[in-house]
Design a binder for this molecule. Structure first.
Ligand SMILES: [Zn+2]
Length: 100
């Protein structure tokens, strides 16, 4: 794997969070849920844009993303992975959080 890839991944994620924070700071009256949903919509849009299969129907690289359903499955797997890796996956105020 290209050693630049993890650095680019981390930097893209960092800049996305920074953009959202700056946007929230600039619109203190806004509902942060609306900002987050808009950020997610944009991220999904860009992700789908990036996963358009090439024009070779037998391409092995594109096989995992060769239909809308396959792309959505791949996207859901990534969302699940990134969610579980997030510091905010569990919160102390979760309704199922254990009492200390
Ligand atoms: Zn391809």
């Amino acid at each position: 794997m290209d050693t630049e890839v993890p650095a680019l991944f981390d930097e893209a994620a960092r800049q996305a969070v920074e953009l959202a924070n700056n946007f929230a700071d600039a619109h203190p009256e806004a509902d942060i849920w609306d900002i987050a949903d808009g950020m997610l919509a944009g991220a999904v849009h860009f992700w789908l844009y990036s996963r358009q299969p090439c024009d070779d129907p037998m391409c092995e690289d594109c096989a995992p993303v060769s239909t809308a359903e396959l792309r959505q499955t791949a996207l859901k797997q990534l969302i699940r992975q990134f969610s579980e890796e997030s510091d905010y996956y569990h919160t102390p105020t979760d309704s199922n959080a254990a009492w200390a």
